[in-house]
Structures are given as structure tokens and as C-alpha cells.
Design a protein around this ligand. Structure first.
Ligand code: PRP
Length: 208
């Protein structure tokens, strides 16, 4: 049985469609219910629907053999696992954003609100800039508009959230996309099956 951790939501369903196409079909997953584990014994697959930020944890601890997570989540958590493939979708950017017209005061630490404290710390460390992190869990855009922070470090996909809140990108930190990840020990144990999946997904993701 191959255990696959999928991020709940649109991205997870897109990955499911790809896996179903290469032999890991489990139609029950498409039914509109509150179940979180779906199994198809005939195809030898079990899907776990987990919160996107929890996918690397399930994979690192071996509760799932493989999974799909955003590069942002992987960089933030630095889990001990294999990153097997860039799936080429779920693309966005990690950026620094601020209110339009913002001018930085270089004489004091920069106050940075973010859901990604490690990515933010590493970025500003590389620039030798002293910062103070304000860890938030969502709606980060409100922080600089209420003087909770000077800037935010956050994901920008379409840019609509920034625009509608009178913020703008001032620096681009890195490009993000969905990655296929695998547990280290289980990946060796089930290497043939996982290699086959990587091969087939690689040829598909070229067309994304
Ligand atoms: C993410 C991110 C931005 C928004 C960017 O938030 O934190 O707020 O999406 O997307 P856009 O550039 O297409 O507007 P999410 O939807 O995950 O909600 P959250 O703020 O509650 O975490």
C-alpha cells in the first residue's frame, strides 16, 4: 500500500487527478464528504487529506510515503526528507511588500510580519539587516496598514490582495512551486514504485 499525503484543497485535487491518470485512482476522494482518508485496495493506494503545512510532517515521520508540498512550506520547515520533483504548478513568489510609497528607516530594526519567520530571518540575515519578526497566521496584509509592522514577507500569486490593500512588492525573495516529497527510509524501501511515479509525473509536468 502506498500512502500519499495530499494538501486539502484545489492543489491537492490537481495532484490527485495526475496520480489517478497514472494508475492511482480512488474515485471516492471526489465525493463531497468530510472523510480524510481514502483507500483503494485494488490500486494499492491510500490518500491522506491534510492541511498543506502539515504535509511535510506526515512524510518526514513516515505516516505517508510521499506527498506534495509548496517550496515555501519546505523552506520554512526544513524537514528531513527527499524533494523528488518540481511539479511545475502552484507557482507564486515569496516577496517583501509594504504600503505604497513606504520609505525604510535604516537606523532601526525593520519590523517584519509574516507566516514564514524562518524564510524571513534567512533572507534578512543574508542582507545583514537587523529585523524584528512578528509571527502571524493569516491576513498578513493588515499588519503594515495598522503599524503593527513596517513590511510583510508573504506569498504573492496574482497580486490582487496587495493591490486591494494599497500595498506593493518592494523585493522578490524566491519563486515557489509544488514539489513531490518522499520519506527517506520508505523511499528506499519502495524505490521502484516511487521512481516510476517520478518518471511519469516528470513527463507530465513538462507540459504545465
Ligand atoms: C495567501 C497570501 C496572500 C494571498 C496572495 O493568503 O498570504 O494573502 O494568498 O494571493 P494573491 O496574490 O493572488 O492575492 P491565503 O489565501 O492563503 O490566506 P491567509 O492570508 O488567511 O493565509
Amino acid at each position: 500500500m502506498l500512502n500519499i499525503a495530499l494538501p486539502k484543497g484545489r492543489l491537492g485535487m490537481k495532484v490527485y487527478d495526475m496520480l489517478a491518470d497514472i494508475g492511482y485512482e480512488c474515485p471516492e476522494i471526489l465525493s463531497d464528504n468530510r472523510k480524510l482518508i481514502f483507500e483503494n485496495e485494488k490500486n494499492g493506494v491510500r490518500y491522506l487529506l491534510v492541511k498543506p503545512t502539515d504535509v511535510p510532517i506526515y512524510v518526514e515521520y513516515g505516516a505517508a510515503d510521499i506527498g506534495v508540498a509548496g517550496k515555501d512550506v519546505i523552506l520554512e520547515q526544513e524537514p528531513d526528507l527527499y524533494e523528488l520533483l518540481d511539479l511545475g504548478f502552484g507557482k507564486c513568489r515569496m516577496c517583501v511588500a509594504a504600503p505604497i510609497g513606504y520609505r525604510e528607516d535604516p537606523d532601526r530594526p525593520l519590523r517584519v510580519a509574516t507566516k514564514f519567520p524562518n524564510i524571513a530571518k534567512n533572507y534578512y540575515m543574508s542582507k545583514n539587516r537587523e529585523i524584528e519578526i512578528i509571527k502571524l497566521y493569516g491576513s498578513i496584509e493588515i499588519a503594515p496598514l495598522t503599524s503593527l509592522s513596517d513590511v510583510i514577507v508573504d506569498i504573492v500569486e496574482t497580486g490582487a490582495t496587495l493591490k486591494e490593500n494599497n500595498l506593493e512588492v518592494i523585493e522578490s525573495i524566491l519563486q515557489i512551486s509544488a514539489r513531490l516529497i518522499a520519506n527517506k527510509a520508505l523511499c528506499n524501501f519502495k524505490s521502484q514504485e516511487i521512481e516510476r511515479i517520478v518518471g511519469m509525473l516528470r513527463s507530465r509536468s513538462r507540459f504545465e
